[in-house]
Design a protein around this ligand. Structure first.
Ligand code: F6R
Ligand code: MG
Ligand code: MG
Length: 364
């Protein structure tokens, strides 16, 4: 059976500030998705949230980029925005950048990660969702999951994975894609993806059969390429087991809280902290950036789950390390590399300050 898994997310109002989500917004989203399920529009759904981002997880048979599914998500975000406005939640409707939906949600503000595939006899899936960061945050874990034999034992010892994976990488600034076949293109790819605000891994495929393995939510960036449009709290879908990396190989890179962009005012670097669903409330200096992992088994398109995959003491050390790194970085205050370099900051007073100082600069 061919199934499409769509994860569509938006920040349509925070509670309190940008730190979390009011439960009423999740209720509204659930009520609306239930109606869509009863009408046969979608097979199943689950509503999640990370920080101030509302996540609609949906299964259906309408393929990726379906006008009907994107329209459904858009209408739900609008309904939730009405509710957010009543409660005067912070930044109500902030990701609904246009007044009206016009066929495809990409480029309108919400983030989308979608994949269509033939459901396997057993189909384990992990959906990662992050707040206070950007899609480039997935580059390091995706490379480690699908390209690094020190992370993923299957690349070395599983005959079904030994052929390697193909990575599709988006050049955000030039709005173009380039494909890499690993392992042989490893070094070339790393030259690019190490610059994670410029080159972003969009999709990963198994090389021997071309099956989609992972997809990240880079659409909004590609739509607005060439112009720095700020951070887009990202989503990542990864298929697991039986020729794909094991669940544990997929989670393993997150035991290292790597540095990502997007903390405080989208203008700081911080460690990506893997947390349980209930801990996804970035509060300290609006952070540090959080990631949750929702595990599902699909059964004829039904979403069996989620399991809260980071609700596990084996990630305690990563959380502790993230706190130590946070203390260390915070002591830099407004200095780089804690504060992002000038071109990547979402907030800046630079033009005004330079204007004010223009007569005080002396030519040398
Ligand atoms: C980061 C984020 C927050 C806000 C900060 C200022 O992505 O959402 O750190 O940037 O709280 O928000 P405003 O300008 O809305 O007061
Ligand atoms: Mg917000
Ligand atoms: Mg957010």
């Amino acid at each position: 059976m061919k199934v499409t898994l769509s994860v569509i997310k938006a920040d349509i109002g925070g509670y309190v500030g940008h730190s979390g989500m009011h439960p009423r917004l999740m209720e509204v989203a659930e009520e609306e998705l239930k109606k869509a399920q009863d009408n046969g529009k979608i097979i199943d759904f689950h509503v999640l949230r990370v920080g101030d981002d509302l996540q609609l997880v949906m299964t259906h048979q309408k393929g990726v980029d379906s006008e009907e599914i994107h329209g459904l998500a858009w209408n739900i975000f609008e309904k939730c925005t009405e509710e957010a406005k009543k409660l005067k939640l912070y930044g109500a409707g902030q990701d609904l950048l246009q007044d009206a939906f016009s066929g495809n949600i990409k480029g309108l503000g919400p983030g989308v990660a979608e994949m269509e595939f033939e459901e396997r006899p057993s189909e384990p899936i992990i959906i990662f969702m992050a707040d206070k960061t950007s899609p480039g945050a997935w580059n390091l874990p995706l490379y480690r999951i699908f390209g690094d034999p020190f992370n993923t034992a299957g690349l070395v010892i599983d005959p079904k994975m030994h052929g390697g994976f193909k990575f599709s990488v988006l050049d955000v600034y030039e709005n173009r894609l380039v494909e890499f076949n690993l392992p042989e293109d490893t070094y070339d790819m790393l030259v690019l993806i190490g610059a994670m605000e410029h080159y972003i891994i969009k999709e990963v495929y198994r090389r021997d059969n071309g099956e989609i393995a992972a997809v990240s939510s880079t659409q909004k960036l590609s739509m607005m390429a060439g112009r720095y449009i700020g951070k887009d709290d990202p989503v990542l879908i990864v298929r697991a087991q039986s020729g794909f990396p094991a669940v544990g190989e997929i989670l393993e890179p997150f035991a290292f809280p790597h540095l990502v962009s997007g903390w405080m005012r989208g203008s700081h670097t911080g460690p990506m902290m893997p947390v349980a669903f209930h801990e996804a409330n970035p509060a300290r200096f609006d952070g540090p950036p959080r990631v949750i992992a929702a595990g599902f088994q699909l059964a004829e398109g039904k979403l069996i789950g989620p399991r809260d995959m980071f609700d596990d003491p084996s990630f305690d050390e990563a959380r502790k390390t993230a706190n130590v790194i946070s203390d260390y970085l915070r002591r830099h205050g407004p200095f780089e590399p804690h504060r992002l370099h000038l071109k990547e900051m979402e907030y800046t007073t630079l033009p005004e300050v330079l204007e004010k100082l223009k007569n005080r600069f002396k030519e040398l």
